[in-house]
Write a protein that binds this ligand. Structure first.
Ligand SMILES: [Zn+2]
Length: 306
């Protein structure tokens, strides 16, 4: 491949294939070092979503930061195997404000979202995560993950410079420690990995919990918000709506129903993974790639009871 088409391919791999726990990009050159490629999105970008709320994207991962007169609340460092992403994140915050970065809030404990936070720690930020994330991270001892200073329970509220950020635990889903971050005044939520937009769920739901997963959608729908910032740039990078949450839930229901029938017919695992199709969703990203893994997980559930 020419170097230009190689660049385009790498960017496409990162941006299109990236689901939750996206394929590590350690083979790729630093996006920050890449020249712009015609027709491709820039390697990183920061978008203003509301007066005081910004979306930071680096490659195929997204984070949200909130700017107040008294300081900044940042979220996932998204520096997995790419420390330059964290430096870029801080530089992007500094283009908006010189206020101190007071908090870093982890959406959940998966490394592709939270690795690399040390530069934030060195700036004095307090790290916040759900208590189950803290327990897991303390056991895993990844040297590139800053341990949380504050462990939250079902609801934790951060108030800074007149802005209220609510951290809601909506139960076990894609992990046992996902926090949904709600800005009630702006009617915005930041939701990572468990509600992909027009995108099939990642592989075989690694670290996922059935049947609890289904309840999470209802708890998110019960919160008062209009726009959802996701942890990956799905569906062309647009924000999500409550209809997207309903569609993501319906996908899980349809998947579950179809695999239950296949399990009853004795087709789990291999035949079901080949034969079960959900044509309603064939236009969704990762349909061909991840549907068999999704089926495998529900074969475990319906076919074996685990
Ligand atoms: Zn994840």
């Amino acid at each position: 491949m020419s170097s230009r088409s190689r660049v385009a391919f790498l960017l496409l791999t990162v941006l299109v294939v990236a689901g939750p726990m996206a394929v590590p990009a350690q083979q790729a050159p630093s996006p920050a070092q890449q020249p712009p490629t015609p027709g491709q999105p820039p390697p990183f970008e920061t978008k203003k979503i509301a007066d005081d709320v910004y979306l930071f994207r680096y490659g195929g991962h997204q984070s949200m930061f909130v700017v107040t007169p008294d300081g900044v609340i940042a979220t996932d460092p998204i520096g997995y195997r790419r420390p330059q992403a964290v430096r870029t994140y801080i530089d992007e915050i500094r283009k908006v404000t010189q206020a101190p970065i007071k908090y870093v809030v982890y959406s959940h404990h998966h490394y592709d979202h939270i690795e690399g936070g040390r530069p934030f720690k060195e700036l004095g930020a307090t790290f916040v995560a759900h208590k189950n994330a803290k327990t897991r991270l303390e056991a895993l001892k990844n040297p590139d993950v800053v341990l949380p200073d504050i462990a939250t329970n079902d609801l934790h509220v951060i108030t800074l410079g007149g802005t209220r950020l609510e951290l809601h635990y909506v139960g076990r889903n894609h992990s046992d420690n996902t926090l949904v971050m709600l800005l009630p005044k702006q009617k915005l939520i930041f939701v990572v990995d468990f509600i992909p937009i027009e995108t099939v769920q990642f592989r075989d739901f690694p670290d996922g919990y059935l049947p609890d997963f289904f309840e999470s959608f209802d708890k998110v729908l019960a919160l008062d918000w209009d726009r959802m910032i996701p942890g990956h740039p799905y569906a062309g990078g647009r924000l999500g709506t409550k209809d997207d949450v309903r569609a993501a839930k319906q996908y899980m229901v349809d998947l579950s129903d179809a695999v239950k029938q296949a399990a009853l017919a004795g087709k789990c695992f291999d035949d079901a993974m080949k034969e079960v199709k959900l044509p309603k969703y064939e236009k969704w990203a990762n349909y061909e790639r991840f549907l068999p893994g999704n089926i495998e997980r529900f074969c475990e559930y319906w076919g074996r009871g685990y």
